[in-house]
Design a protein around this ligand. Structure first.
Ligand code: KG4
Ligand code: ZN
Length: 359
């Protein structure tokens, strides 16, 4: 299929991403990550990420245009992530996009990072679990659910129209899922980023060795979403992290070896259990029969398996984009931009800022 040729720019965290799409067709997805520079600090350092974006932005733009075989004059619109994310990091992408828009006269769209994660699911043949490779004129179901799990976010979204009607059903009250992985990895003495390390360690462990808490699943939290104090679709991982720390401290205090594989497997099970339980609950209660899984934690083997299992049981069709499109990238921003152009949404102009805390 063909459609508007859109350039997308992403710089909300540690990935500098520039993507090019033509409607729902992916033409280029160039990504440069500063993760290597953050590893020794055990977390993303905003100042370092911002500087890295500045270094990487123009080379990444060049790479994306070269791969797509297009010039700036050919694009119909430019889209950029304006938030949420790290302010200084966002500003680099927003400034670059505004400069390009001013220089070329192309319409500019400010897009929400979370909605862009969903937008990637609209690209042709870019799904691993549903009808791989098939071309679909309108692949977005009328009532789509999205489960976004990464180092920066843990959200359940309901998407009635990607251009105009996206509702946040639930979110984490404290740490994002990926953050919990990173913190627990540190407690276990595993490398940063912790997700892949815990996933690997858990392979040899018993997920039933420790009964770690499932945050916000007690009956009082599962009341109607309108009831005060209820957090039906919300998440909390701080209690889980503390429980892991207590168990590890216990072994250390007794002079015993910490059973890292068992702790990792039990922690991973707790995260996957609570996330998938709440996502399926939200889908059931909103008549959602199609769910998209996105974000870096979508790489987690247990989360993928349990999401697939529980969606199948509940009759929910699951879509998991390839991992390079689940993690932060510019193609998802371009994909959403193309949807906005196609829907006739007015461009944002250049009067918007980098809004780090937008929902
Ligand atoms: O989407 P992403 O690349 O960047 C953010 O927007 O945060 O997600 C990175 C997060 C990190 O916290 C990392 O530990 C986690 O995804 N992650 C994993 C796995 N691979 C990456 N978490 C669990 N299991 C994995 N296999
Ligand atoms: Zn993201």
């Amino acid at each position: 299929s063909t459609g508007p040729l859109v350039l997308g720019i992403e710089s909300s965290c540690d990935e500098t991403g520039v993507g090019v799409v033509s409607g729902t067709r992916l033409l280029a997805n160039a990504v440069s990550s500063s993760m290597d520079e953050h590893v020794r600090f055990g977390g993303v350092i905003p100042e370092i990420a911002s500087r890295a974006h500045l270094d990487a932005m123009l080379p990444t733009l060049r790479a994306a245009l070269d791969t797509a075989g297009v010039g700036l004059a050919d694009v119909d619109a430019i889209a950029v992530t304006s938030g949420p994310g790290l302010s200084g990091a966002l500003m680099v992408g927003v400034s670059a996009a505004k400069a390009l828009a001013l220089a070329t006269g192309k319409p500019l769209y400010a897009v929400n990072h979370l909605v862009a994660h969903v937008g990637v699911g609209l690209l042709d043949g870019e799904t691993s679990d549903s009808a791989a490779g098939s071309e679909n004129e309108n692949p977005l179901p009328e009532n789509l659910g999205a489960l976004l799990v990464s180092g920066g976010h843990t959200e359940i979204l309901r998407v009635r129209s990607i251009a105009s009607d996206v509702e946040l059903l639930g979110a984490t009250l404290d740490d994002a899922a990926g953050e919990a992985y990173d913190k627990v990895a540190r407690i276990l003495g595993l490398a940063y980023p912790g997700g892949p390390a815990i996933d690997a360690a858990a392979a040899d462990g018993d997920p039933r060795a420790f009964a770690f808490p499932r945050g916000l699943t007690a009956p009082k939290y599962l009341g109607s979403t309108e009831a005060p104090g209820s957090h039906r679709y919300d998440f909390s991982f701080s209690g889980l992290k503390t429980a892991v720390a207590r168990v590890v401290e216990g072994f250390t205090a007794r002079g015993e070896t910490v059973p890292v594989a068992d702790v990792a497997a039990s922690f991973q099970e707790a995260v996957a259990d609570v996330i998938t339980r709440k996502a399926v609950l939200a889908c059931r209660e909103h008549g959602i029969t199609s769910l998209l899984l996105g974000g870096g934690v979508a790489a987690n083997s247990r989360l993928r398996a349990l999401t697939a299992q529980r969606c199948a049981e509940a009759g929910i069709e699951l879509t998991v984009p390839p991992l390079r499109l689940c993690t932060d990238n510019g193609a998802m921003v371009a994909a959403l931009g193309a949807q906005l152009v196609a829907a006739g949404v007015a461009p944002s102009g250049t009067g918007f800022g980098a809004d780090s805390s937008q929902p």
